[in-house]
Write a protein that binds this ligand. Structure first.
Ligand SMILES: *Cc1c(COP(=O)(O)O)cnc(C)c1O
Length: 243
């Protein structure tokens, strides 16, 4: 990256931090109560390093292979020594569970009994725990990942009864509309209510709500997001995914 690209990245990053601070304050919430995840999917390790050098600690990736490769590249980068917390925010196929379980700060996309069992099986061998969020298909879209709200209890019961190495921290969603600003708000409100209901049902604290992206995170913060996931407004447009 040349110095102009670096300066532009820093400017975009600072602008997102400012928007987030403002949204948190407008929502009447405590400063620093919402964690920003910089979504670096399809962007090179050099850009992750540049944003990490600006002080960003949490990064999100969607594709397992890409995430693991990028982490290796950063580990081997001369002079780069920042600690990064990695979040898996993309759909995880059950057969990839062994690559994911125990390797991320937080897996945002637990969405089936099958995936929970596959992760548990791997974790039981090492004894490691894994913090997870349950991804809810808040728009009830047939082609989308995420579990339907109607099956939330069943998945939570399964994890509580059969997956002692999985620690459910809350819920995550990707609304059916994006770059729609306030249009996404009802979906964020729905996720908040589902979390409240699941808290009562399970007795778990479920402190985290992961919701809100570049085009709508202010509205997610108003509805109680504790984690927002921002890619484009920090890194710029993503290059196309290679086949
Ligand atoms: C890509 C992605 C984001 C970031 O989206 P932007 O619109 O680029 O901010 C957030 N969450 C998930 C699950 C994503 O896949």
């Amino acid at each position: 990256m040349d110095s102009a690209a670096r300066a532009s990245l820093a400017q975009h990053y600072e602008a997102v931090l400012e928007r987030l601070d403002k949204a948190v304050s407008m929502a009447g919430r405590a400063a620093g109560s919402v964690r920003l995840i910089a979504v670096s999917k399809l962007h090179p390790a050099e850009m992750v390093a540049a944003v990490a050098e600006l002080g960003q600690a949490d990064f999100g990736e969607n594709y397992v292979q890409e995430a693991l490769e990028k982490r290796e590249q950063l580990g081997a980068m001369p002079g780069f020594a920042k600690e990064i917390s990695w979040h898996m925010i993309g759909h995880v196929q059950s057969r990839k569970a062994p690559l994911v379980a125990g390797s991320f700060t937080l897996v945002h996309t637990l969405d089936s009994v099958k995936l929970a069992s596959a992760m548990e099986k791997h974790l039981a061998k090492s004894g490691a725990g894994q913090n997870v969020l349950i991804e809810v298909n808040v728009g009830e879209e047939s082609q989308k990942s995420g579990i339907d709200a109607a099956s939330l209890h069943e998945l939570a019961d399964h994890v509580l009864q059969s997956c002692p190495h999985l620690h459910v921290q809350g819920l995550m969603c990707i609304p059916p509309v994006f770059d729609a600003g306030e249009g996404a708000r009802p979906y964020f409100a729905r996720l908040r209510r589902l979390a409240e209901e699941l808290r009562t049902y399970t007795g778990l604290a479920l402190p985290e709500l992961s919701m809100g992206m570049s085009g709508d995170f202010e509205w997610a913060v108003l509805e109680g997001a504790t984690i927002v996931r921002v890619g484009t407004d920090i890194f710029g447009q993503r290059p196309p995914k290679k086949a």
